[in-house]
Ligand binder design. Structure first.
Ligand code: ADP
Ligand code: MG
Length: 319
C-alpha cells in the first residue's frame, strides 16, 4: 500500500525545530511566524520541473538539496539570513524511497543553515518542486543589483564553471549520477554562499548570485546599476577541476556556466582586502575579475584588449 498524503507530510516533512520564532509549523492551516523587529522580511521562490530544470533520474537527495539551495542562494545574494521555508510538492507517485532521499537532502541543507520547514502543499501530478524561503536583513543593508558605480571592482566567489562541467559530463553520458567525480558532485550538491552574502552587507555596492552564467548575470547587474562591466579574462578563477581543459573550454565554463551558486558582487577597491580575509576565514575564496566603468553592457578583455562578444555571450571564435 503506498502511503497517503497525510502520512507523507507526517513522516517526511514534519520536523521539530529549535527556532523559537516558529509559533506553529507544519500541521495547522498555516504557519505562525514571528519576524524580528526592525528587519526586512526577504522572500524568494523557485520551481524545479523535471526535464526542464533537472535531468530525469536525478537522485532524490540531490533534488532535495538543489530545490532549497537555489532559493538560499537568492537570499545569500541579498545579504539575508534565512529562517523559514515552505515546500509545494507535486509527485507522480508516493514512492517512499524517493521521498526519504528527497527529505534527507532537503533537511540536511536546512539544518546546516538553521532553516525550519514550516509548511507546504503535497499533491499528485508531474514531478514539480517549488520552495519558498523567507529570511531577514536590516533594510538598509540589503544587497541589491543596482548600486554598482564606475570604479568599483567586479568580484566573484569560489570557482564558477565546475558545476556546469559536471552537468555536461552527465548530459553526455560520460558520468553517472553516482560518479565520485568532483565536477558531478559539485553540480549535484553545490553550497549556497550564505556567510559570504552576510559578510558583504554594507560593503558590496551590488550583488547577485550566478545562475545563468557570469557574463549574462553581470550584464543584468550592470544594467540595473547603469554602468559598464569589464572582465579581464586572465583574472578568471580557474578551478583545479577545470585546469586540464583547453583555455577556451575553461573560459566558456567559467563565463557561461550556472549552478555553482557563486556570488557576483561589486565593491570599492579599498574594501577588497577586508572581504577577501572574511571570505577566506569562512572557507571561501573571492577573486577580483574586473571593474565597472561608465557606459552600459559587458566587455571581456585579454591583456587589456577587448575581445569580441556576440549575442548574449562571449564568442571564443570571433576575431
Ligand atoms: P490544508 O488542506 O489546510 O491546506 P494540507 O493538508 O495541505 O492543509 O497540509 C497540512 C499541513 O501540512 C499544513 O500545515 C501544510 O503547511 C503542511 N504541508 C503540506 N505539505 C507539506 C510539505 N510538502 N512540506 C511541508 N509541509 C507541508
Ligand atoms: Mg488549509
Amino acid at each position: 500500500m503506498p502511503i497517503g498524503e497525510f502520512d507523507i507530510i507526517a513522516r517526511y516533512f514534519s520536523r521539530a525545530t529549535r527556532r523559537d520564532d516558529v509559533l506553529l509549523g507544519v500541521g495547522d492551516d498555516a504557519a505562525l511566524l514571528v519576524p524580528p523587529p526592525g528587519q526586512a522580511l526577504v522572500a524568494a521562490t523557485d520551481t524545479l520541473v523535471e526535464g526542464r530544470h533537472f535531468l530525469p533520474g536525478t537522485p532524490a537527495a540531490a533534488l532535495g538539496h538543489q530545490a532549497l539551495a537555489v532559493n538560499l542562494s537568492d537570499l545569500a545574494a541579498m545579504g539575508a539570513e534565512p529562517a523559514w521555508a515552505l515546500l509545494a510538492l507535486s509527485l507522480p507517485a508516493s514512492d517512499e524511497p524517493w521521498l526519504a532521499g528527497f527529505a534527507e537532502g532537503l533537511h540536511a541543507l536546512a539544518e546546516r543553515h538553521g532553516v525550519a520547514l514550516v509548511g507546504g502543499d503535497t499533491v499528485s501530478g508531474p514531478l514539480i518542486i517549488t520552495i519558498e524561503v523567507l529570511g531577514f536583513v536590516p533594510p538598509e543593508l540589503a544587497l541589491r543589483r543596482s548600486g554598482a558605480r564606475a570604479g568599483d571592482l567586479v568580484c566573484v566567489s569560489g570557482s564558477p564553471g565546475v558545476a556546469a562541467a559536471g552537468l555536461e559530463l552527465l548530459q553526455s553520458g560520460r558520468a553517472t549520477f553516482e560518479s565520485k567525480d568532483a565536477r558531478v558532485q559539485r553540480f549535484l550538491h553545490a553550497e549556497p554562499r550564505l556567510a559570504l552574502g552576510r559578510a558583504l552587507r554594507g560593503v558590496a555596492t551590488a550583488a547577485m548570485d550566478v545562475s545563468d552564467g557570469l557574463v549574462g548575470d553581470l550584464r543584468k547587474l550592470a544594467q540595473a546599476s547603469g554602468v559598464r562591466a569589464c572582465i579581464d579574462l586572465e583574472r578568471l578563477p580557474i578551478a583545479a577541476e577545470l585546469a586540464i581543459l583547453p583555455l577556451a573550454e575553461q573560459e566558456r565554463l567559467v563565463l557561461h556556466g550556472g549552478d555553482d551558486y557563486e556570488l557576483l558582487f561589486t565593491l570599492p577597491s579599498d574594501h577588497f582586502g577586508l572581504i577577501s580575509r572574511l571570505a577566506e576565514a569562512g572557507g571561501c575564496s573571492v577573486r577580483c575579475i574586473g571593474a565597472m566603468i561608465a557606459g552600459a553592457g559587458v566587455e571581456c578583455r585579454r591583456e587589456g584588449a577587448p575581445v569580441a562578444m556576440e549575442g548574449r555571450g562571449y564568442d571564443h571564435f570571433a576575431g
